[in-house]
Every structure is written in structure tokens, then in C-alpha cells.
Design a binder for this molecule. Sequence first.
Ligand code: PMP
Length: 369
Amino acid sequence: TTRRIHNFNAGPAALPLEVLQQAASELEDFNDTGMSIMEHSHRGESYEEVHNEAIALVKRLLDIQADYEVLLLQGGASLQFAMVPYNLLAPSQKANYMMTGSWSEKAKKEADILGQTYSGASTKDENYAYIPVFDQIETDPEDAYIHVTSNNTIYGTAWQREDFERMSEWSAPVVVDMSSDIFSRTLPIENFDLIYAGAQKNLGPSGVTLVIISKAMLEKSTSITQNVPSILRYNTHADKNSLYHTPPTFAVYMLKNTLQWIENAGGLTAMEAENRKKAQLLYNVIDESNGFYQGHAHPDSRSDMNVTFTLPSEALTDRFLQEAKDLHFIGLNGHRSVGGCRASIYNAVSYESCKALRDFMISFQINNQ
Ligand code: PMP
């Protein structure tokens, strides 16, 4: 038997053990068909059932019905950086990008290639350690859309629930990159017109990208996409139930099983409560460390998915990471643009793993200060 490690990878990241075990048990013979799901035709009944159940689960978890289409695409969140402006940015309009980290920068950069953009808010002045103050954000009713990165994976900041609620005050459509916090918490879905996320943090393995788009946005995009290749149009995929071409069938199967695991665990309300408890364990250590651990994110902008912190010196950081590794904690090194450490604690990272990390952080401080 193998020992599962404490996996704090930023993405691809930990998957629920039950989901892995189910995949293993069905690998050679899926549902008495004598072959794995990977070997089925994407036009066959077995796969189509998996595909449709994945879409149905997204709708059930978010409680969305007829107003939205759920798309299962490829190309990662990075392709969405391009597809969003291709489909939604009309030549006469400007897209408004909220700059809260390097993923926001990359998203805006793609839109800049295709059309006009501006930034109604940026927190680059403090190396993206906080989320903009809502009342200071500039928006224009004429914006083609307002683009938000809900969770900033590298910096460990997240737009808070109150911000999500107040986005109803914006009169332009809201587009959200939820790659690193999708389905980790409940959402006022009616305030969003398009949500996209690569699956490899909270939803399954890499290879499939989830897009949730309002019918109104699909309609709007028809007049913008006349010169856009078919495969890059949302309507192409919506019209064909995301079977316009061969989907990443195994990744969709894993996504379906991961969503099923979320639903069985109590859905987004349960995920949110558990994730808050997990994050609080680590933030409490930081806050009670008398400055030994310094959080990168301002307390009111903290993410429950990525906990970022630094230690007093580079030597101590190296020792911390080495000892962590010896104790089978992996993925704790921070991104080079922040330095220090980062614990990514997505849905599938257990409370027990977070508690073990908390205990290690406390004892490391006692032994090294
Ligand atoms: N946006 C965010 C917030 C991310 O965290 C990432 C991946 N780390 C991306 C976009 C890029 O995703 P992908 O690799 O799927 O293109």
C-alpha cells in the first residue's frame, strides 16, 4: 500500500482519494462495457451519460437553470483569456480589467491584442497584496465587460463575498476567472455573466476547462464573432452541447466524479465551511507568531485557497521547506514573485493535512526563533 502525501501543490493539485479510487476501479471495465471510459467513443451512450451528468452537476451545485449554458472546453484558463475578448469585446467598446495579480495581467494582455481595454482598479502598488476597495473601483456602464480574477493563486488574495454581492451594482457584464476557487464557496451566480476555470485545482485533472455563460452573453457574442474561427466561438460549443469536437473524455469523467464528491459532501455550503476552517488554522498560526510568519495578503483580502507567508530569512525559508519535505509535506514553496511559502488548500486537501501543517509550523517556529 502507498502512503498519500500532504499535497499543497498550487495546481495541478490534490484530488479526493475516493475519486482516484473510483477511477482505478473502473479503469479496465467501465460499467460492464469491457473497456475504460477513455476507450469509448465520445458519440457513444456511455460517454454521453458521463458528459451530460457533469453538466447537470454544475447546474445543480450552482442552482442554475435555463439562463446559463455550461461548456466543457479545452485550452485551460489561458485560452479563455483570448476567447473572452474574441467573443465579448466589440470594436466600439472597452473591456475593464481589475488588476489583482499576474493572471489578471495575462488576461488583459490577450484582450489588448484584440481590442481596447483599461483598468478600473489595480493593486500592483503593493505587489498585489490586497483586493481593491469596492467604492474606489472605476467602472463605466459602456464597458464591454468587467473582468475579475476571483482568487489570486500566486498572492493568496480573494475577492470577498461582500464584493461579489456588490457586483450587482455594476451595470456592465461581469466575467470572472475562478480557476483557483471555483466551487470552494457559495456564489451569487446571478451577478456573473461568464465564469471560467481550468479544472486542475478544484474540479479534477488538467485538460478540461469549465465555462458558465449567460444566454444574454451568448446572444451578444453572435454579432461580435463574425470573423472569429468557429472553434473559438462560445456559440459553436453551446449549440453542440460541448461535443462540437472530441472533448477530453477522461478529464470530463474525472470532473464529473469530483463534482459528485462535492455534492455528496454537502455541496458548496459545506465546501465553504470546511475551507474556512482549514484556512483559519493556518492564518491563526501566522497571526499568533509574533511576526515570525508574515502573511503576504492583507487580512481583509485573504484567500481560503492559497495561504501565502514569508519567514524571517531566506535561510530559514529553505530550512522550513526542507524539513517540511522530510515530513512529507510537498508543494509549499511560494511563487517567485512573492517568495516565501504558499500552502494551496483546495477542496480536496483535508482538514487533517492542514492541521498537520499547522502543528509543523508551530514547532518549526519554537525550534528556530
Ligand atoms: N488563472 C488563474 C487564477 C490561475 O491560477 C491559473 C493557473 N495557475 C490560470 C489562470 C492559468 O490556467 P491554465 O494553466 O489552465 O491556462
